[in-house]
Design a protein around this ligand. Structure first.
Ligand SMILES: Nc1ncnc2c1ncn2[C@@H]1O[C@H](COP(=O)(O)OP(=O)(O)OP(=O)(O)O)[C@@H](O)[C@H]1O
Length: 282
């Protein structure tokens, strides 16, 4: 379970206010999408969630605890152009993170530990459709394949929160569509929280359980840096219903069993509709 709270968060660079009064409470397993005009502070918000930047004021809590002051493995990130290591194979790139985390001096595992990691990395490459390219180098991959590699690299660290900064921005429409599908599936399978920045509104509402628009509510033409951006709108998006329907399904199943066991003889409603079907209809 992962909840995120931003409590009156500000980000200022000397006299320049980039973000002000940002308040946000994110549920467990949310897919939050951030939209907003160019230069408004969307990436800054992601960098705060990664601890690449610190708030000037306010606080960020993850699962009720103050966010770590340094980037940690439980927060993965994928950028629009991901800098994979060009001299490592696809498999080597995926194995790198856990090796650095587990053996910081040598950066390498040996023996059984290495074999275990290799099989985990291969399973993940299989999942993102890159198993056949495991021995290739990044330069031999298309843009979409490189983004799949970036996803595998982030996921092998089992992040609680995955941050995506315009991850599909450089991809052609067909590849983009297949990446949407993949990310959506990975989000469901891994039960993680995703925070994604995009300029594409249809993508935002297609993927997100929640979409926030970041904008500057106040403007001083004489001093454009005086006011920062904040959450101007907050929408529940289409995919929330899918997430919530899973909870609903579980509840419905419980109720169905109760109804069936409580009264197997009187399980019809007027019009011949059974209670189960009536629930489904609702
Ligand atoms: N280290 C910094 N020092 C000063 N200003 C900064 C710094 N980092 C970011 N900014 C400013 O903060 C503002 C917001 O930048 P940010 O990259 O977060 O915007 P964005 O909404 O992600 O933009 P885009 O959609 O174009 O990627 C920009 O005006 C940028 O110049």
């Amino acid at each position: 379970m992962t909840t995120i709270i931003l409590d009156n968060v500000w980000k200022e660079y000397e006299d320049r206010v980039v973000l002000e009064r940002v308040n946000l409470a994110l549920d467990d397993h949310e897919f939050l999408v951030i939209i907003g005009p160019s230069g408004v502070g969307k990436t800054t918000l992601l960098r705060l969630l990664l601890s690449q930047e610190q708030p000037s004021r306010g606080r960020i809590l993850i699962d009720g605890e103050p966010i770590a002051s340094e980037p940690t493995a439980d927060r993965g990130v994928v950028f629009q152009r991901y800098s994979v290591f060009p001299h490592r194979t696809v498999l080597g790139n995926v194995m790198l993170g856990p090796q650095w985390a587990g053996a910081p001096i040598l950066g390498r595992f040996f023996g059984a530990r290495r074999r275990e990691l290799e099989s985990r990395a291969m399973a993940l490459l299989e999942r993102v459709g890159l198993a056949d390219s495991a021995r290739k180098y990044p330069a031999q991959l298309s843009g979409g394949m490189q983004q799949r590699l970036a996803l595998a690299q982030a996921l092998i660290m089992k992040p609680k929160v995955l941050l995506l900064d315009e991850p599909f921005g450089a991809l052609d429409p067909g590849t983009r569509k297949s990446m949407h599908q993949l990310v959506r599936e990975l989000w469901e399978e891994n039960a993680m929280t995703i925070v994604m920045v995009t300029h594409d509104l249809s993508e935002a509402f297609l993927l997100g359980t929640r979409v926030i628009a970041v904008d500057r509510p106040r403007n001083d033409p004489q001093a454009p840096e005086r006011f920062g951006a904040t959450i101007a709108s907050d929408f529940e998006a289409k995919f929330r219903s899918v997430r919530d329907s899973r909870r609903f399904e579980a509840e419905r199943e419980k109720l169905r069993l109760t109804l069936v066991s409580a009264d197997s003889t009187q399980n019809s409603l007027p019009g011949g509709i059974s209670p189960v079907r009536a629930l489904v209809k609702d």
